[in-house]
Design a binder for this molecule. Structure first.
Ligand code: ATP
Length: 347
């Protein structure tokens, strides 16, 4: 956690990105649409670690896929080093993304081809992007294995013969094969045994420092996200609703949802009840008008029902570093106990 986002160069920028899918449940001719992203904005500075949190279905994985060009936005722009990805020719975009970004998925068992030995898995991106000679590629495979803490003999193994942790190391090695600047990890430890999770997280942080990577880290484990990241991005129903410097989370977060989310998984030193919210996340097929969080928020009033709050500065961290979307933000430094009693009064 070393980069000052106020001075670092912007690597990646999402502006008003929408992703709309045909609803899976509705059948082929259904008009139902799922609004997976509903105007997501995000700036990632080079060298930063950005953690993305939010409840299930709020669009974290979709955001991750948009960031690495695996998902084309329905509208909005995605720029990598100032270049709009989706106005490029397909081949140019694939080359740029393939060589500058790497993605690590939740489950290495499904992400890796189980029938190919690890050597082949790691050579594959080098072959596709025509990097070096055959001999150079063999050397690169050894280098990659060493980078992720696996012995050279792992090259001959089939991924199915490796442990979950070792398989995730192979997946990380493959993501690093083309020396990307940006690594996106979508729930990289949730399919692993608890005993190896910390090792994989430490490996990611170590690689980030050694290779000068920019890291976007998506996880349900919000305490880990906070510990690992420079910036915590809170998502709700397809939008980024707050971006907080991690040292200011949770006490100086201003969005009621960020506060509620963190209060539901308190640290060991603050084992108190969560801030009570009304109901559950509304359907992404029919997002509410105005502020998407207003149907559950204890602070909501008429203006929240009609007007989407604009992004504004929050005050924690260097200016421009802390941003949130809320008409009635939580006062900086308010305690969970204050917020719990306010929320209880509204129920
Ligand atoms: N290909 C798809 N077709 C239809 N709906 C989709 C598709 N991909 C995602 N969705 C829907 O879009 C919304 C956002 O999904 P996404 O997977 O991005 O959320 P998430 O926050 O990553 O959830 P989780 O934490 O459970 O992985 C959800 O309602 C999901 O069901």
């Amino acid at each position: 956690m070393t980069t000052d986002p106020g001075t670092a160069e912007t690597l990646l920028e999402l502006a008003d990105v929408h992703v709309v899918h045909r609803a899976r449940s509705g059948g082929l001719f259904s008009r139902d649409r799922v609004h997976a992203l509903t105007g997501a904005d995000l700036t990632v500075a080079a060298g930063q670690t950005v953690g993305v949190v939010g409840e299930s279905g709020c669009g974290k994985s979709t955001l991750a896929k948009v960031l690495v060009g695996l998902q084309r936005p329905t509208s909005g722009t995605v720029s990598f080093r100032g270049r709009d990805l989706w106005s490029m020719k397909d081949a140019e975009r694939r080359t740029l993304i393939g060589s500058s970004t790497g993605m690590i998925f939740q489950d290495p068992s499904t992400a890796l081809n189980r029938r190919l030995p690890v050597r082949q898995v790691l050579r594959d991106p080098l072959n596709v992007h025509r990097r070096g000679t055959a001999q150079w590629r063999d050397g690169r495979v050894r280098e990659l294995l060493d980078l992720v803490g696996l012995p050279p003999s792992a090259a001959d193994q089939l991924p199915g013969r490796l442990s979950g942790g070792q398989r995730q190391r192979v997946a990380i090695a493959r993501a690093l094969a083309l020396e990307p600047e940006l690594l996106i990890a979508d729930e990289p430890t949730s399919a692993l045994d608890v005993s190896v999770r910390a090792q994989i997280l430490n490996l990611l942080l170590d690689l980030k420092d050694r290779l000068g990577l920019t890291l976007v880290f998506v996880s349900h484990d919000i305490q880990t996200v906070r510990r690992m990241s420079d910036q915590v991005i809170t998502m709700y129903l397809g939008r980024v609703v707050e971006r907080t410097p991690s040292q200011a989370v949770p006490d100086h977060a201003r969005h009621p949802y960020t506060r509620a989310l963190f209060s539901a998984t308190p640290g060991l030193l603050s084992p108190i009840n969560p801030i009570p919210l009304v109901g559950s996340v509304p359907s992404a097929t029919r997002p509410p008008s105005g502020c998407p969080f207003r149907t559950r928020c204890w602070k909501a009033d008429d203006v929240c029902a009609t007007e989407m709050p604009a992004m504004r500065a929050g005050g924690a961290g260097p200016s421009g570093d802390h941003l949130f979307r809320c008409h009635h933000p939580v006062p900086a430094g308010a305690t969970d106990l204050d917020l719990i009693s306010q929320a209880q009064e509204r129920q």
